[in-house]
Write a protein that binds this ligand. Structure first.
Ligand code: ASN
Length: 337
């Protein structure tokens, strides 16, 4: 039986038009597609219905409310469609894929995010290939998770990162192999695909307030700077450290600042600034010192996925101790445990 795909157009370069201040989101994407694709080519694609969001955004404007909208949109049409494509800007696509993967755990159908580096209205657009590839993946019922499709690569959404601002190869998943490829043949690496563990209803909770901040170590960072950052009213902070999770253990004032914040109930999660690899706080004394200050290792989760995982868990009303326990629980394929 032929598949029916729901396409949610949220904005992003794929539908943008030029303006005096640079590209801006543009409406009537369906009209643009009809101009680009002859009817017989259109008819050869999986059948789809495109819904254009009333407020199209450059994804740099993404906020938790947009995630609520995308997740509830998919949830409310879940029974009517076989697969879902989300057209989204590339800048924060890795965050949105991650967030939707936590809000729609136990998915039994594909949800494929895509977009483009050059708009569809331009001759050299990569938008057509990305849209057609994403539709193809969304019609494949072996996929039961949130993925990102871009320039021939199918990546797990919550493992993906935007790594290149200029190449068509904008995305990769440094700590997890690609799930598939679309070349002459479309191939999926079935052993890597996520198999949903439960059948419970989706957890669509996503607070509009900010629960999580992201901090980064840099040479010369001091206690005063860190104290002011940690005094922000957040439940949790991601601390982007060096290498396998190391920090300046010679700076006792800085370590005391971390210890004070964690003793006060703030969660600080250690993730590496490196593109690839996992955090092992015990590999060096410079990492153990952070563990002694109450900082918890976030293993090989990306910053984007960790931000969203924490935001989601706090939105569900979990306490810091409960959230801490979930860091090493693989909710939707985001972490190697
Ligand atoms: N600024 C754009 C966006 O994220 C970039 C893109 O989509 N390529 O919406």
């Amino acid at each position: 039986m032929s598949k029916k795909i729901y396409v949610a157009y949220t904005g992003g370069t794929i539908g943008m038009r030029p303006s005096e201040s640079g590209y801006v989101p543009g409406d009537n994407l369906m009209g643009l597609l009809e101009e680009k694709l002859p009817p017989d080519v259109m008819a050869s694609l999986p059948e789809f219905e495109l819904y254009e969001y009333p407020q199209l955004i450059d994804s740099s404007n993404i906020r938790p409310d947009n995630w609520k909208q995308i997740a509830s949109d998919i949830a409310s049409r879940y029974e009517q469609f076989d697969g879902f494509v989300v057209l989204h800007g590339t800048d924060t696509m890795a965050y949105s894929c991650s967030m939707i993967s936590f809000m729609l755990q136990n998915l039994q159908k594909p949800v494929i995010f895509t977009g483009s580096q050059i708009p569809l209205c331009e001759a050299r657009t990569d938008g057509l290939e990305n849209l057609v590839g994403a539709l193809t993946m969304a019609a494949d019922d072996r996929i039961k998770e949130v993925c990102l499709y871009f320039n021939g690569r199918l990546l797990r959404g919550n493992r993906s990162r935007k790594l290149n601002a200029y190449l068509f190869d904008a995305f990769d998943s440094p700590n997890y192999p690609w799930l598939g490829r679309a070349d002459i043949h479309v191939e999926l690496n079935e052993t890597l695909l996520w198999q949903p563990k439960g059948k419970e209803k989706f957890q669509l909770e996503c607070d509009s307030e900010t629960h999580v901040g992201i901090l980064q170590l840099f040479p010369g960072i001091n206690a005063q700077w860190m104290e002011s950052a940690l005094s922000q009213p957040m439940d949790a902070f991601i601390l982007r450290t060096y290498g396998t999770g190391n920090g300046p253990d010679a700076d006792h004032a800085l370590l005391d600042t971390f210890a004070k914040a964690t003793a006060e109930g703030k969660l600080i999660v250690n993730l590496t600034q490196c593109h690839r690899g996992t955090v092992h706080q015990g590999s060096y004394a410079a990492g153990s010192a952070l563990a002694k200050a109450g900082i918890v290792g976030g293993l090989d989760t990306t910053t984007e996925a960790m931000f969203c995982k924490l935001h989601h868990l706090y939105s569900l009303g979990l306490s810091t101790e409960e959230v801490k326990a979930m860091l090493s629980v693989n909710l939707s394929g985001e972490v190697s445990v």
